[in-house]
Write a protein that binds this ligand. Structure first.
Ligand SMILES: [Zn+2]
Ligand SMILES: [Zn+2]
Length: 99
């Protein structure tokens, strides 16, 4: 006997985007470091995994870039909690995987 499919698979329900007020279909799985908040009890290894559509991914990358500009100005280029460097975009948006 084969493993029963999940309800979502049975319904062929596309994963929705996790972006605020967004009801697009998600296209990528994105792993984002919870900068300064990565000891959050629900965070998996300090990262948050979200499913995003392309426009929301672009928005998240833009926000991360803005954040990096700020930390450069403040001369604080690491996460306050885990002290990992926050210098380049992939320090914050650690993984983008197409769905
Ligand atoms: Zn979206
Ligand atoms: Zn951290």
């Amino acid at each position: 006997m084969t493993q029963p499919a999940t309800v979502l698979e049975l319904l062929d329900f596309p994963p929705g985007c996790d972006g605020d007020n967004c009801c697009e279909r998600a296209r990528v799985k994105c792993t984002i470091h919870l900068v300064d908040d990565c000891d959050h009890p629900e965070a998996v290894s300090g990262d948050e995994v979200v499913l995003l559509c392309q426009p929301c991914l672009a928005r998240v990358l833009g926000q991360a870039q803005k954040f990096l500009r700020h930390t450069r100005k403040w001369r604080r280029q690491h996460c306050r909690v885990c002290f990992s460097p926050m210098v380049i975009l992939s320090d914050i948006v650690r993984e983008v995987e197409p769905l």
